[in-house]
Write a protein that binds this ligand. Structure first.
Ligand code: PLP
Length: 430
């Protein structure tokens, strides 16, 4: 099977594609949609309108084909084999790592660790870096718009060590109060863990600035990029983050694979996370010595097909051009925000200075689950609930929101369908 036209094959440098995309024709969303087989179907007899992208994104054919090609022609375990298939699988796995490195503009592929997803990456940092460096009376600083996966691992660590979790508050728009953030960076702060983009509100945190503020006080920073990587250019050397995490499935790749980026000097100094095969250099019953990075953190057989699929997804996104995707999605968000503003009793939750991909709202006293159920009858998929961000909901004195979240294949017509659907909800409940 051939990759779709214009999509680079494994191993080709990514930068060239970004340049190619920059000079390419205007963004053609209809053509982009044809790359996604799942979008061609009907749900409840209506064309599928998929607006649940912050939960997980759909997969382009090139990703699906890369995974099935691997299982059809390339499946073998990596690193330990001398036979053809094993060597080939190892090369493909490492080529995927290289793709991630180029995508993030990390300095070296050894700074890219494959994990199951953003959640596992944060737990890894909490349990290795955190556990070895955080003690009684120390502090971990997060913000008021974190996903549970960037709260609970730190709470668990703090409980174990007698440390304290500090939270930088947000304002009524959903922006983090930077003065409070600065004031909370104290001599006891051992790490700051910040989301790049909020999944519940869409707020884009000014992470570069926040990293600078933290570094001025010698505080290292972990950035949760789960909702940023699909929508914005993220450049490790420009951002200066010490750790950056994301999940493959939110950026058009498969589930079960994600990335922890870490600065080499930090990763080198950290103890391993899990013990097992591949993460060792030598083992005796008395003592084991550990492999170099990134392998020190990749115990056991990894998700080889997942890494290859993720590589294909990042190549696909790079070939389209992340700036063009960002512009398309920005226009969609503006159009959607404007369109829903005319609906009586609808209140948008989250009006940050800069937003990406997410429109959260409540509609009078209608329960968000009822909104989601009625929209589903129209073939429209949105998410309703607390979005794994219960403290955010509490901040706005609500239990839940309805959330439409956008991706590179969504259209204005789909937003029109959403608005018609919400109007139908109003009629049902009036
Ligand atoms: N961080 C943010 C901001 C998220 O939105 C999510 C998932 O929704 C996660 C972390 C966790 O990602 P995963 O469940 O893929 O590990």
């Amino acid at each position: 099977m051939m990759p779709a036209a214009g999509v680079p094959r494994t191993g080709a440098p990514l930068a060239a594609h970004a340049e190619a995309a920059a000079g390419a024709a205007p963004y053609d969303v209809i053509r982009v949609r044809s790359d996604f087989p799942i979008l061609q179907q009907k749900v409840h007899g209506k064309p599928l309108v998929y607006l649940d992208n912050a939960a997980t994104s759909q997969k382009p054919r090139v990703v699906i084909e890369a995974i099935s090609r691997y299982y059809e022609t390339g499946n073998a375990n990596i690193h330990r084999g001398v036979h053809y298939l094993s060597e080939h699988a190892t090369e493909e796995h490492e080529a995927a790592r290289k793709t991630v490195q180029q995508f993030l503009n990390a300095r070296s592929p050894s700074e890219i660790i494959f994990v199951r997803g953003a959640t596992e990456a944060i737990n890894l940092v909490a349990q290795t870096y955190g556990r070895s460096r955080i003690g009684w009376g120390d502090e971990v600083l997060i913000t008021g718009i974190e996903h549970h996966s960037n709260i609970v691992p730190w709470q668990m660590l703090c409980a174990e060590k007698g440390a304290a979790l500090r939270v930088a508050p947000i304002d009524d728009n959903g922006d983090v109060l930077l003065d409070d953030f600065a004031a909370l960076l104290g001599p006891r702060t051992k790490i700051a863990a910040l989301t790049h983009v909020s999944n519940a509100l869409g707020t884009v945190n000014p992470v570069r600035k926040m990293i600078e503020m933290a570094h001025q006080r010698n505080v290292p920073v972990l950035v949760d990029g789960a909702q940023a990587v699909p929508h914005l250019r993220v450049d490790m050397q420009n951002l200066g983050a010490d750790f950056y995490v994301f999940s493959g499935h939110k950026v058009y790749g498969p589930t079960g694979i994600g990335v922890l980026y870490g600065k080499a000097e930090l990763l080198d100094a950290m103890p391993p996370y899990q013990g097992g095969g591949d993460m060792i250099l030598s083992v005796t019953f008395e003592k084991s010595t550990y492999n170099k990075i990134p392998y020190k953190f990749e115990a056991g057989t990894p998700d080889i097909a997942g890494a290859i699929g993720l590589g294909a997804a990042l190549r696909y996104l790079s070939a389209l051009g992340i700036e063009r995707v960002a512009e398309h999605e920005h226009q969609l968000l503006e159009y959607a925000t404007q369109s829903v503003s005319a609906i009586p009793e609808l209140r948008v939750v989250g009006k940050a200075r800069e937003k990406a991909g997410v429109l959260s709202f409540v509609l009078g006293s209608v329960h968000p689950h009822d909104i989601g159920t009625i929209l589903d009858q129209d073939g429209i998929a949105i998410r309703t609930g607390h979005h794994c961000s219960q403290p955010v909901m509490r901040r706005f004195n609500i239990a839940a929101t309805a959330r439409a979240s956008f991706a590179l294949y969504n259209t204005r017509e789909e937003i029109d369908a959403l608005v018609r659907g919400i109007e139908r909800v109003r009629r049902v409940f009036s």
